[in-house]
Design a binder for this molecule. Sequence first.
Ligand code: PRT
Ligand code: ZN
Length: 297
Amino acid sequence: MKPRDRLRIAMQKSGRLTEPALELLKRCGLTFRQSRDKLFCFGEGEPVDLLLVRDDDIPGLIAQGVCELGIVGRNVLNEFSLTAGPESEPLAELRPLGFGRCRLSIAVPQEFDYREPAQLAGRRIATSYPGLLGAWLRERGVDAGVVTLAGSVEIAPKLGTADAICDLVQSGGTLVANQLREADVLLESEAVLAGPRNLPADERGDLIELLLKRLDGVIQVRESRLLLLQTPRHALDAVTRLLPGGPQPTLLPVAGQPDQLMLQALCAGEVSWRQLEEIKKAGAREMFVLPVEKMLA
Ligand code: PRT
Ligand code: ZN
Protein backbone atom coordinates (compact mmCIF):
# COMPACT_ATOMS: atom_id res chain seq x y z
CA MET A 1 0.00 0.00 0.00
CA LYS A 2 1.36 3.43 -0.95
CA PRO A 3 1.93 5.50 2.20
CA ARG A 4 -0.35 8.51 2.47
CA ASP A 5 1.40 11.83 2.06
CA ARG A 6 -1.25 13.67 4.08
CA LEU A 7 -1.40 13.55 7.85
CA ARG A 8 -4.57 12.61 9.71
CA ILE A 9 -5.38 13.84 13.20
CA ALA A 10 -8.27 12.26 15.08
CA MET A 11 -10.17 14.39 17.57
CA GLN A 12 -13.42 14.30 19.48
CA LYS A 13 -16.40 15.03 17.25
CA SER A 14 -18.54 16.59 19.92
CA GLY A 15 -17.63 16.96 23.58
CA ARG A 16 -15.47 18.76 26.09
CA LEU A 17 -12.29 18.53 24.02
CA THR A 18 -13.74 19.60 20.66
CA GLU A 19 -13.58 23.41 20.84
CA PRO A 20 -10.20 23.73 22.63
CA ALA A 21 -8.65 21.16 20.25
CA LEU A 22 -9.87 23.04 17.16
CA GLU A 23 -8.68 26.34 18.64
CA LEU A 24 -5.22 24.85 19.32
CA LEU A 25 -4.92 23.45 15.79
CA LYS A 26 -5.99 26.83 14.39
CA ARG A 27 -3.26 28.53 16.40
CA CYS A 28 -0.80 26.05 14.87
CA GLY A 29 -1.86 27.38 11.46
CA LEU A 30 -4.17 24.49 10.58
CA THR A 31 -7.59 25.27 9.20
CA PHE A 32 -10.16 22.87 7.83
CA ARG A 33 -12.96 22.99 5.34
CA GLN A 34 -16.14 23.25 7.38
CA SER A 35 -17.98 19.95 7.45
CA ARG A 36 -18.34 19.45 11.17
CA ASP A 37 -21.26 17.07 10.75
CA LYS A 38 -19.02 14.69 8.83
CA LEU A 39 -16.39 12.20 9.93
CA PHE A 40 -13.68 13.75 7.77
CA CYS A 41 -12.51 17.41 7.46
CA PHE A 42 -10.12 18.31 4.66
CA GLY A 43 -7.19 20.54 5.66
CA GLU A 44 -6.99 23.76 3.65
CA GLY A 45 -3.44 25.13 3.86
CA GLU A 46 -1.32 22.21 5.04
CA PRO A 47 -1.64 18.54 4.06
CA VAL A 48 -3.26 17.71 7.39
CA ASP A 49 -6.83 16.37 7.63
CA LEU A 50 -9.11 15.77 10.61
CA LEU A 51 -11.09 12.71 11.64
CA LEU A 52 -13.99 13.56 13.95
CA VAL A 53 -14.83 10.57 16.12
CA ARG A 54 -15.80 9.50 19.66
CA ASP A 55 -12.90 10.09 22.02
CA ASP A 56 -12.80 6.40 23.03
CA ASP A 57 -12.04 5.39 19.42
CA ILE A 58 -9.01 7.69 19.02
CA PRO A 59 -6.20 5.48 20.45
CA GLY A 60 -7.44 2.46 18.44
CA LEU A 61 -7.49 4.49 15.21
CA ILE A 62 -3.86 5.53 15.79
CA ALA A 63 -2.84 1.97 16.68
CA GLN A 64 -4.47 0.69 13.46
CA GLY A 65 -2.69 3.35 11.41
CA VAL A 66 -5.97 4.95 10.26
CA CYS A 67 -4.56 8.24 11.54
CA GLU A 68 -1.13 9.33 12.74
CA LEU A 69 -2.08 11.61 15.62
CA GLY A 70 -4.94 12.12 18.02
CA ILE A 71 -6.05 14.65 20.62
CA VAL A 72 -7.47 12.73 23.54
CA GLY A 73 -7.58 12.67 27.34
CA ARG A 74 -4.60 11.01 29.04
CA ASN A 75 -7.19 8.87 30.86
CA VAL A 76 -8.44 7.40 27.56
CA LEU A 77 -4.94 6.98 26.12
CA ASN A 78 -3.53 5.21 29.18
CA GLU A 79 -6.60 3.00 29.55
CA PHE A 80 -6.14 1.89 25.93
CA SER A 81 -2.43 1.18 26.43
CA LEU A 82 -3.22 -0.98 29.47
CA THR A 83 -6.02 -2.97 27.85
CA ALA A 84 -5.02 -3.14 24.15
CA GLY A 85 -2.96 -6.32 24.27
CA PRO A 86 0.66 -6.94 23.31
CA GLU A 87 0.02 -7.22 19.55
CA SER A 88 -1.28 -3.62 19.38
CA GLU A 89 1.04 -0.86 18.09
CA PRO A 90 2.45 0.93 21.19
CA LEU A 91 1.28 4.54 21.57
CA ALA A 92 3.04 7.54 23.07
CA GLU A 93 1.95 10.78 24.70
CA LEU A 94 3.78 13.28 22.46
CA ARG A 95 2.71 16.48 24.25
CA PRO A 96 0.45 17.47 27.15
CA LEU A 97 -1.91 20.16 25.84
CA GLY A 98 -3.03 21.96 29.00
CA PHE A 99 -6.83 21.73 28.61
CA GLY A 100 -9.48 19.17 29.60
CA ARG A 101 -7.86 18.84 33.00
CA CYS A 102 -9.45 16.38 35.44
CA ARG A 103 -8.51 13.58 37.82
CA LEU A 104 -9.32 9.89 37.77
CA SER A 105 -10.20 9.29 41.40
CA ILE A 106 -11.59 6.77 43.82
CA ALA A 107 -14.73 8.15 45.45
CA VAL A 108 -16.55 6.62 48.38
CA PRO A 109 -19.90 7.21 50.12
CA GLN A 110 -19.75 10.05 52.69
CA GLU A 111 -19.95 7.61 55.62
CA PHE A 112 -16.96 5.50 54.40
CA ASP A 113 -14.01 6.52 56.60
CA TYR A 114 -11.35 6.12 53.88
CA ARG A 115 -7.70 6.45 54.91
CA GLU A 116 -5.79 4.02 52.65
CA PRO A 117 -6.23 1.78 49.58
CA ALA A 118 -6.09 -1.40 51.72
CA GLN A 119 -9.59 -0.55 52.96
CA LEU A 120 -10.89 -1.28 49.46
CA ALA A 121 -9.97 -4.98 49.76
CA GLY A 122 -13.02 -7.19 49.17
CA ARG A 123 -15.13 -4.22 48.03
CA ARG A 124 -16.73 -3.70 44.61
CA ILE A 125 -15.55 -0.62 42.70
CA ALA A 126 -17.54 0.60 39.68
CA THR A 127 -15.59 2.23 36.85
CA SER A 128 -15.30 2.83 33.12
CA TYR A 129 -11.52 2.50 33.53
CA PRO A 130 -10.93 -1.17 34.49
CA GLY A 131 -7.37 -1.11 33.10
CA LEU A 132 -6.19 1.90 35.11
CA LEU A 133 -8.07 0.85 38.24
CA GLY A 134 -6.83 -2.76 38.00
CA ALA A 135 -3.20 -1.61 37.63
CA TRP A 136 -3.53 0.80 40.57
CA LEU A 137 -5.02 -1.92 42.82
CA ARG A 138 -2.38 -4.47 41.76
CA GLU A 139 0.47 -2.05 42.49
CA ARG A 140 -0.89 -1.67 46.01
CA GLY A 141 -1.59 -5.36 46.49
CA VAL A 142 -5.31 -4.70 47.03
CA ASP A 143 -7.73 -7.44 45.98
CA ALA A 144 -11.00 -5.67 45.12
CA GLY A 145 -13.81 -6.42 42.66
CA VAL A 146 -13.84 -4.22 39.55
CA VAL A 147 -17.34 -3.61 38.15
CA THR A 148 -17.02 -2.20 34.62
CA LEU A 149 -19.78 0.22 33.60
CA ALA A 150 -20.01 2.24 30.38
CA GLY A 151 -21.49 5.33 32.07
CA SER A 152 -23.39 6.76 35.06
CA VAL A 153 -20.79 5.24 37.34
CA GLU A 154 -21.61 7.71 40.12
CA ILE A 155 -25.02 6.18 40.84
CA ALA A 156 -23.66 2.62 41.35
CA PRO A 157 -23.23 2.93 45.16
CA LYS A 158 -26.81 4.19 45.55
CA LEU A 159 -28.09 1.31 43.42
CA GLY A 160 -26.15 -1.10 45.60
CA THR A 161 -24.09 -2.45 42.67
CA ALA A 162 -20.80 -1.10 44.05
CA ASP A 163 -19.27 0.09 47.35
CA ALA A 164 -17.07 2.75 45.75
CA ILE A 165 -16.41 4.22 42.33
CA CYS A 166 -13.40 5.19 40.24
CA ASP A 167 -14.34 8.03 37.88
CA LEU A 168 -13.26 11.36 36.44
CA VAL A 169 -13.62 14.35 38.74
CA GLN A 170 -13.28 17.97 37.82
CA SER A 171 -15.15 20.39 40.10
CA GLY A 172 -16.34 17.58 42.38
CA GLY A 173 -19.97 18.69 41.90
CA THR A 174 -21.13 15.34 40.54
CA LEU A 175 -19.70 13.53 43.57
CA VAL A 176 -21.38 15.90 46.03
CA ALA A 177 -24.71 15.54 44.20
CA ASN A 178 -24.43 11.77 44.70
CA GLN A 179 -23.33 11.89 48.36
CA LEU A 180 -19.83 10.69 47.46
CA ARG A 181 -16.45 12.15 48.30
CA GLU A 182 -13.08 11.96 46.58
CA ALA A 183 -10.80 9.59 48.48
CA ASP A 184 -7.70 8.96 46.35
CA VAL A 185 -6.31 10.17 43.01
CA LEU A 186 -5.15 7.54 40.47
CA LEU A 187 -4.26 9.85 37.59
CA GLU A 188 -3.99 13.59 36.89
CA SER A 189 -5.35 13.94 33.38
CA GLU A 190 -5.51 16.52 30.61
CA ALA A 191 -5.84 16.43 26.83
CA VAL A 192 -2.69 15.16 25.14
CA LEU A 193 -1.39 14.77 21.62
CA ALA A 194 -1.08 11.02 21.12
CA GLY A 195 0.79 9.23 18.36
CA PRO A 196 2.60 5.98 17.57
CA ARG A 197 5.76 5.41 19.60
CA ASN A 198 7.61 5.00 16.30
CA LEU A 199 6.86 7.93 14.00
CA PRO A 200 6.40 7.09 10.29
CA ALA A 201 9.72 7.27 8.39
CA ASP A 202 8.28 9.22 5.45
CA GLU A 203 6.98 12.76 4.79
CA ARG A 204 4.35 12.27 7.46
CA GLY A 205 7.10 11.91 10.06
CA ASP A 206 8.63 15.22 8.92
CA LEU A 207 5.19 16.84 9.04
CA ILE A 208 4.69 15.57 12.59
CA GLU A 209 8.06 17.04 13.64
CA LEU A 210 7.04 20.39 12.11
CA LEU A 211 3.67 20.28 13.84
CA LEU A 212 5.30 19.48 17.20
CA LYS A 213 7.59 22.52 16.83
CA ARG A 214 4.63 24.79 16.10
CA LEU A 215 2.72 23.28 18.98
CA ASP A 216 5.62 23.95 21.37
CA GLY A 217 5.68 27.59 20.21
CA VAL A 218 1.92 27.97 20.66
CA ILE A 219 1.98 26.39 24.12
CA GLN A 220 4.95 28.53 25.20
CA VAL A 221 3.18 31.73 24.11
CA ARG A 222 -0.10 30.64 25.69
CA GLU A 223 1.67 30.12 29.00
CA SER A 224 3.76 33.30 28.87
CA ARG A 225 2.86 36.58 30.54
CA LEU A 226 4.48 39.96 30.16
CA LEU A 227 4.91 41.68 33.52
CA LEU A 228 5.29 45.46 33.53
CA LEU A 229 5.93 47.46 36.69
CA GLN A 230 7.60 50.53 38.14
CA THR A 231 10.09 50.24 40.95
CA PRO A 232 12.36 52.64 42.86
CA ARG A 233 16.02 51.93 42.00
CA HIS A 234 16.81 50.99 45.61
CA ALA A 235 14.16 48.21 45.55
CA LEU A 236 15.28 46.78 42.20
CA ASP A 237 17.23 43.82 43.63
CA ALA A 238 14.42 42.81 45.97
CA VAL A 239 11.82 43.08 43.20
CA THR A 240 13.96 41.18 40.67
CA ARG A 241 14.49 38.32 43.12
CA LEU A 242 10.71 37.84 43.37
CA LEU A 243 10.04 37.69 39.62
CA PRO A 244 8.69 34.35 38.34
CA GLY A 245 11.09 32.40 36.07
CA GLY A 246 12.01 33.78 32.65
CA PRO A 247 14.78 35.64 30.85
CA GLN A 248 16.49 38.67 32.44
CA PRO A 249 14.10 41.63 32.73
CA THR A 250 14.50 44.80 30.66
CA LEU A 251 14.91 48.10 32.54
CA LEU A 252 13.80 51.46 31.17
CA PRO A 253 14.12 54.97 32.62
CA VAL A 254 10.94 56.81 33.70
CA ALA A 255 10.74 60.36 32.32
CA GLY A 256 11.13 63.04 35.03
CA GLN A 257 11.66 60.45 37.85
CA PRO A 258 15.38 59.57 37.95
CA ASP A 259 15.01 57.33 41.04
CA GLN A 260 12.31 55.21 39.35
CA LEU A 261 12.70 52.44 36.78
CA MET A 262 10.24 50.72 34.50
CA LEU A 263 10.76 46.93 34.50
CA GLN A 264 9.56 44.56 31.82
CA ALA A 265 9.83 40.79 32.32
CA LEU A 266 8.64 37.79 30.35
CA CYS A 267 7.31 35.18 32.77
CA ALA A 268 6.89 31.49 32.00
CA GLY A 269 3.41 30.79 33.36
CA GLU A 270 0.66 32.56 35.22
CA VAL A 271 1.61 35.27 37.73
CA SER A 272 -0.53 34.78 40.82
CA TRP A 273 -2.14 37.47 43.00
CA ARG A 274 0.03 36.27 45.85
CA GLN A 275 3.22 36.80 43.81
CA LEU A 276 2.02 40.28 42.80
CA GLU A 277 1.36 41.17 46.46
CA GLU A 278 4.90 40.07 47.36
CA ILE A 279 6.41 42.12 44.53
CA LYS A 280 4.33 45.11 45.60
CA LYS A 281 5.50 44.74 49.19
CA ALA A 282 9.10 44.85 47.93
CA GLY A 283 8.40 48.33 46.50
CA ALA A 284 6.92 47.89 43.02
CA ARG A 285 3.98 50.00 41.74
CA GLU A 286 1.85 50.25 38.59
CA MET A 287 1.94 46.53 37.85
CA PHE A 288 0.42 45.02 34.71
CA VAL A 289 0.28 41.36 33.72
CA LEU A 290 -0.39 40.99 29.99
CA PRO A 291 -1.02 37.91 27.82
CA VAL A 292 1.47 37.36 25.00
CA GLU A 293 -0.07 37.18 21.52
CA LYS A 294 2.93 36.08 19.42
CA MET A 295 6.63 35.58 20.18
CA LEU A 296 9.68 35.28 17.94
CA ALA A 297 12.86 34.68 19.87
O1 PRT B 1 -19.03 11.12 22.85
P1 PRT B 1 -17.67 10.89 23.40
O2 PRT B 1 -17.41 9.45 23.81
O3 PRT B 1 -16.61 11.43 22.47
O4 PRT B 1 -17.57 11.82 24.69
P2 PRT B 1 -17.47 11.48 26.26
O5 PRT B 1 -18.81 11.76 26.84
O6 PRT B 1 -16.84 10.15 26.51
O7 PRT B 1 -16.40 12.53 26.71
P3 PRT B 1 -16.50 13.99 27.39
O8 PRT B 1 -16.69 15.02 26.33
O9 PRT B 1 -17.41 14.00 28.55
O10 PRT B 1 -15.00 14.05 27.96
C1 PRT B 1 -13.90 13.99 27.12
C2 PRT B 1 -12.65 14.07 27.96
O11 PRT B 1 -12.67 15.30 28.73
C3 PRT B 1 -12.47 13.02 29.03
O12 PRT B 1 -11.95 11.80 28.52
C4 PRT B 1 -11.50 13.68 30.00
O13 PRT B 1 -10.17 13.52 29.53
C5 PRT B 1 -11.88 15.16 29.89
N1 PRT B 1 -12.66 15.66 31.05
C6 PRT B 1 -12.34 16.77 31.77
C7 PRT B 1 -13.77 15.15 31.57
C8 PRT B 1 -14.13 15.95 32.66
N2 PRT B 1 -13.22 16.96 32.76
C9 PRT B 1 -15.32 15.64 33.43
N3 PRT B 1 -15.63 16.36 34.39
N4 PRT B 1 -14.54 14.08 31.23
C10 PRT B 1 -15.64 13.80 31.94
N5 PRT B 1 -16.06 14.51 33.02
C11 PRT B 1 -17.30 14.03 33.68
C12 PRT B 1 -17.05 12.90 34.70
O14 PRT B 1 -17.09 11.65 34.05
C13 PRT B 1 -18.18 13.06 35.70
O15 PRT B 1 -19.36 12.46 35.24
O16 PRT B 1 -17.94 15.05 34.43
C14 PRT B 1 -18.38 14.55 35.69
C15 PRT B 1 -17.55 15.14 36.80
O17 PRT B 1 -17.44 16.51 36.70
P4 PRT B 1 -17.47 17.43 38.01
O18 PRT B 1 -17.11 18.79 37.52
O19 PRT B 1 -18.88 17.36 38.52
O20 PRT B 1 -16.47 16.89 38.98
ZN1 ZN C 1 -16.15 8.80 25.31
